[in-house]
Design a protein around this ligand. Structure first.
Ligand code: HEM
Length: 237
């Protein structure tokens, strides 16, 4: 037990000088080396071996692997660079994240921030209009799935620009977005941006205006039940 004390920290505090002027060292209660564990039969004598064991142990692999021990201290082996593990390779410049450490404008790829997206909603004041009661997004979803005919055509058509142009009235409005032609008449009162804005693309290819306004809107899903056909070139119609 006594030699272990050289290895484990034994917390002691020095009390302020007592009335008799003596400074006493006290053990902190709860210290994990328990003096009371000693049965008192052994007292420190010259025969006690209080020197700590060598580390690494004399017969350890580490010691065997180490080369010639230092001259002045036969029990200590000095690890030279050649005995240590080499550092990891430096990543090739191509695998580095652009703008990672060089620029402060973008976080590194490992960041928990949302990734850059071209469809990110811009932080602008809303231009949404107040929709009439019964014309909210849920009402549109209900109408879409009601089975009511919102296309107005029996089969999917090949629509050239000259035909698209004819459908430019509120009561009969078609537009082409991403190559698909939709009948937007039933959607007009449900459009959160208002009828007037939506009518700007009636009778023509609205892809550009649509993308500039709200590329994040899933038009494929929103207007699936209004799908009329596909926009084709005049010559191939
Ligand atoms: C043709 C298919 C279109 C569909 C399915 C559609 C759908 C939508 C939807 C779902 C929203 C709400 C967006 C949100 O809450 O973030 C919206 C908002 C809006 N839309 Fe459309 N839209 C269409 C075309 C257009 C067009 C051609 C314009 C003309 C510029 C337009 C102008 C707007 C405006 C100004 C808003 C309000 C944006 C805001 O400030 O929040 N939309 N549209």
């Amino acid at each position: 037990m006594s030699y272990l004390r050289n290895w484990f920290p034994v917390e002691t505090v020095t009390s302020p000088p007592s009335s008799d002027g003596q400074i006493k060292k006290q053990r902190i209660p709860g210290s994990f080396i328990d003096d009371e564990g000693d049965d008192g039969s052994q007292t420190a004598t010259e025969n006690d071996d209080d020197s700590p064991p060598a580390f690494p142990a004399l017969n350890s692999v580490q010691r065997a692997a180490a080369s010639t021990p230092a001259k002045d201290s036969p029990s200590l082996a000095i690890l030279r660079d050649s005995l240590l593990m080499p550092p990891p390779p430096v990543p090739a410049p191509a695998s580095r994240v652009p703008g990672g450490s060089q620029s402060n404008s973008r976080p590194a790829a490992s960041s928990l921030l949302a990734p850059l997206a071209t469809t990110q909603k811009p932080a602008k004041p809303s231009r949404k209009v107040a929709l009439a009661p019964g014309f909210g997004p849920l009402d549109w979803a209900k109408l879409k799935s009601s089975g009511e005919d919102l296309r107005g055509v029996g089969t999917l058509l090949r629509v050239p620009p000259s035909v698209l142009k004819l459908h430019n009235k509120k009561e009969d409005a078609w537009t082409a977005i991403n190559g698909k032609v939709y009948n937007i008449t039933p959607y007009l009162p449900f459009h959160p941006g208002g009828e007037k804005e939506l009518m700007r693309v009636a009778g023509r290819d609205g892809t550009k205006l649509f993308s500039l306004t709200h590329a994040w809107v899933n038009v494929d899903y929103m207007l699936d039940s209004c799908h009329v056909g596909f926009l084709v070139s005049e010559s191939s119609a």
